[in-house]
Design a protein around this ligand. Structure first.
Ligand code: PMP
Length: 345
């Protein structure tokens, strides 16, 4: 029997590459998108959830009735909750009180217990979501704390799966890898594998305007003036994650909320790929990189598209949200003509 699975977890990984035709047409290279939304939990985070939980089982850290704890309102939470259902574990997620109701509903739909913690307290305050998650994990027997920003298995998940998939899918022809960095796991694990195969492959990290990762890569220091709030979720950080292998990254590019938002919508309208906000950020990062770096027709670029746009329908795909942000710049982007979709009442 082909294409038949024991359960939903059998569908994790082996995501497709799709060639881009329009949004990157000015780059004289073949550009592919790796569609991580084809994972059953609709994001790249399925890979780390299954990998970290399987590793804990192998080490004897989890046995029936176990609890898995993490601090996330995003994709990782959804993926952990999915894995926990199949394995019969309890999933506890500590999230900030800034988290939208809609996202909490997503997590609850997959049976997660969600602790809502104040956002406006320091990370070391006992009420912060970091401290709440740590406390629950330490007080609960038969539990693990995923700790994705500081867990080397996050890197390993991508070293074992994403990197080899890209190498095989491009038949070793890949010349550039572009990915947004949150924990850094996707880029670092894939880069580690690909650089072992061919050290000349260029690894391009995409950071958010408001995050310290690009600055840290370039100076080795945390520049506090880099830190400011931003809208793109899932990428950039105000701390240095150990899951980000800075020495594997050749160059970082920093993208802003507005350009990433336009690009996300442009990819949906022109390539018919409805990705999340960091999908637009990744392509925007590639386009900015291409302004300063030459490509040749034989180059093969792989860009990671981390998740699906359905999670952003009230955000980047909402005309109201775009205008609330002031992202409807007709002078520069001819926004109304390009992006405003017709609504007939
Ligand atoms: N995009 C989205 C939507 C994400 O949720 C994440 C994960 N935080 C990333 C990009 C970045 O992936 P990574 O954590 O592996 O760097």
């Amino acid at each position: 029997m082909t294409n038949v699975y024991e359960n939903i977890l059998g569908l994790i990984g082996n995501t497709p590459l799709v060639k881009l035709h329009t949004v990157t047409q000015d780059i004289p290279a073949t550009v592919y998108a790796k569609l991580e939304s084809y994972n059953p939990g609709h994001s790249t985070k399925d890979r780390i959830a299954i990998h970290i939980i399987n590793a804990a089982e192998k080490k004897g850290l989890l046995y029936p009735g176990a609890t898995v704890v993490e601090t996330t309102s995003g994709n990782t939470g959804f993926s952990i909750a999915m894995v926990c259902i199949i394995k019969g574990y309890k999933c506890i997620l500590a999230v900030s009180d800034k988290t939208k109701k809609e996202k909490i509903a997503y997590l609850k739909a997959l049976g997660a217990t969600v602790y809502i913690c104040p956002a406006n307290v320091p990370a070391d305050d006992p009420r912060s979501y970091y401290e709440v998650a740590k406390r629950i994990a330490s007080e609960t027997p038969n539990s693990i704390y995923i700790n994705q920003y500081f867990n080397e298995l996050n890197i390993d998940a991508h070293y074992q799966t994403t990197g080899p998939e890209i190498w095989e899918q491009t038949q070793g022809k890949i010349t550039h890898l572009v990915a947004c960095t949150g924990t850094g796991g996707t880029l670092s694990g894939s880069a580690k594998f690909l650089k072992e195969k061919n050290p000349n492959i260029k690894i391009i990290g995409v950071d958010a305007d408001g995050s310290i990762l690009k600055g840290f890569h370039e100076t080795g220091e945390i520049n506090k003036t880099d830190i400011h709030p931003y809208q793109i979720e899932g990428m950039g950080k105000n701390l240095i994650p150990s899951a980000l292998l800075f020495d594997k990254v050749d160059q970082f590019v920093r993208v802003n909320d507005e350009m990433a938002a336009y690009r996300t919508r442009e990819i949906a309208l022109k390539e018919a790929i409805m990705g999340g906000y960091t999908t637009g950020a990744a392509v925007q990062g590639l386009l900015q990189y291409a302004e300063e770096n030459a490509f040749s027709p034989s180059d093969v670029v792989v860009t990671i598209f981390p998740d699906h746009g359905s999670r952003y329908i009230t955000k980047v795909y909402s005309d109201d949200w775009m205008s609330e942000q002031g992202f409807t710049n007709n002078d520069v982007h001819n926004y109304d003509a390009v992006f405003k979709t017709e609504e007939i009442k």
